[in-house]
Design a protein around this ligand. Structure first.
Ligand code: ZN
Length: 452
């Protein structure tokens, strides 16, 4: 789950950002008004809106995007005949591999060159995927979606806030010192007092950023009985899966509601928790989100899991239509108290790519394993798995100071119970787990080629 906001906060020098904000303020405000209104719409009304957007997107893609022109011709798809979301399944999936091989063909021909901004997913999805987003307008719309999430916590983007993302200094200020960027690269026991001191002085209204970075801060505060920050009204976790045990420690330490945000640089899907529940609410105004089984059929039953497939309405310059995200979600039909008639997911469970290979070449998903280690051993500060040969994994562990042989035995037992002899475990103790180039935590380093 690579996120958009990091790019926004990483790449905009203060002046350019300020100018853009002024320039696109109208788009932001208009879109936010629309989101605040449409979140009360009934499903039928939302679907009408989606159909209209879908029709615009498909007609545009057929006229202006060579890849889709060829694809629709090949499969005899007439954009005007796709009048409902159900008809959408006539269109074949767009995979990361297809994007990689067709980057030039997916660019919309009717946009001027200056509107194209090249971006990549940063490689946490197996290989870095390069594609284009539209400069300016799309960003303004995206900010409206972020504000819509913050509405749920009574916060505003214009208020002082702190971001935990990958950055080469421990901290810096942005946007007339309204935003403090804190780096996920340097979160160690030695540095954490600096982070805490900065936050204490800065008094942010909310913090947002990579789940593991904020969790490490919370664990340190918890362990050392450090007071919470009274100014912080909410914590928004993004960029990495938020596990229940992490939410527990974050809510206990920060004494506020913890929200989860799910989005991508590809700008095709956007989901958040709401005022009342921890379900992911997938915004129908952002695009069409489907959940599919491995054979491509839709997931329909309660508690069933499937891959998230996204069609985005906000990036006409490089359309993602039925894009297989590689993220796994669990469906629920339960209604949420907030009343939003959106697709709800109980959780978003890691990535499909987190697969290890057994002695018999069987693929085993690591979904839930990070939680398993961290939850059952509070003395594990950080951990990571690497696989270099079939049937064996290396488990790197950074110990807390109370870590004993008992913790090691418990971890080995948990793994053995799950793997039933199919995988051998070798534990190695290390001083720290390096983050990716983007500053994110990566649970599995898979050196074998795993194909689906
Ligand atoms: Zn809700």
């Amino acid at each position: 789950m690579v996120r958009l906001f990091q790019r926004f906060y990483n790449e905009n020098p203060v002046t350019e950002e300020a100018l853009e904000v002024i320039l696109y303020n109208n788009i932001f405000r208009k879109h936010l008004r629309f989101l605040r209104e449409s979140q009360k719409w009934k499903k039928i009304h939302l679907e009408e809106y989606q159909q209209k957007q879908l029709s615009r997107l498909l007609n545009h893609s057929y006229r202006n995007v060579p890849y889709y022109k060829n694809l629709f011709d090949k499969f005899n798809i007439e954009p005007n005949e796709i009048n409902s979301i159900k008809d959408l399944k006539k269109i074949p999936f767009l995979t990361k591999q297809i994007v990689k091989e067709n980057v030039e063909e997916i660019k919309a021909a009717n946009y001027p060159l200056r509107k194209f901004k090249y971006t990549t997913t940063g490689g946490s999805t197996g290989f870095p995927l390069g594609f284009f987003v539209e400069k300016g307008v799309a960003k303004a719309k995206n900010m409206a979606f972020y504000q819509s999430l913050l509405d749920n916590a009574g916060c505003f983007l214009t208020e002082k806030h702190a971001y935990f993302i990958g950055y080469n200094n421990i901290y810096r200020y942005q946007f007339f010192r309204r935003i403090m960027v804190l780096s996920s690269f340097f979160i160690t026991d030695d540095n954490l007092p600096i982070y805490i001191n900065k936050l204490r002085k800065f008094k942010p209204k909310f913090i947002m950023g990579f789940t593991s970075a904020i969790t490490n801060l919370a664990r340190y505060m918890d362990k050392n009985s450090i007071d919470f920050f009274p100014s912080i009204k909410t914590v928004v976790c993004a960029g990495e899966t938020l596990f229940d045990w992490q939410r527990d420690i974050l809510e206990r330490t920060f004494q506020c509601r913890v929200h989860a945000l799910y989005d991508h640089f590809e700008q095709a899907v956007f989901g958040t928790t709401c005022e009342y529940s921890n379900y992911y609410h997938l915004y129908p105004q952002y695009g069409i989100t489907e959940l599919v089984h491995e054979d491509g059929t839709p997931v329909v039953n309660e508690d069933e899991e499937g891959e998230i497939v996204a069609t985005g309405f906000n990036n006409f310059i490089f359309p993602f239509i039925r894009y297989k995200t590689g993220d796994i979600g669990i469906l629920t039909h339960k209604k949420c108290k907030c009343g939003r008639d959106y697709l709800l997911l109980k959780s978003i469970e890691g990535r499909k790519q987190e697969i290890i290979v057994s002695k018999e070449k069987r693929y085993i998903s690591l979904t839930g394993f990070y939680g398993l280690i961290a939850k059952f051993s509070k003395n594990v500060k950080d951990c990571q798995i690497a696989q270099e040969k079939e049937g064996e994994i290396l488990l790197f562990i950074v110990k807390e100071k109370d870590y004993t042989k008992k913790d090691e035995d418990l971890i080995i037992k948990n793994f053995k119970d799950r793997f039933k002899g199919e995988i051998d475990i070798v534990i190695q103790y290390v001083d720290n787990i390096p983050r990716t180039a983007g500053g994110k935590f990566k649970f599995l380093i898979q050196k074998l080629s795993v194909e689906y």
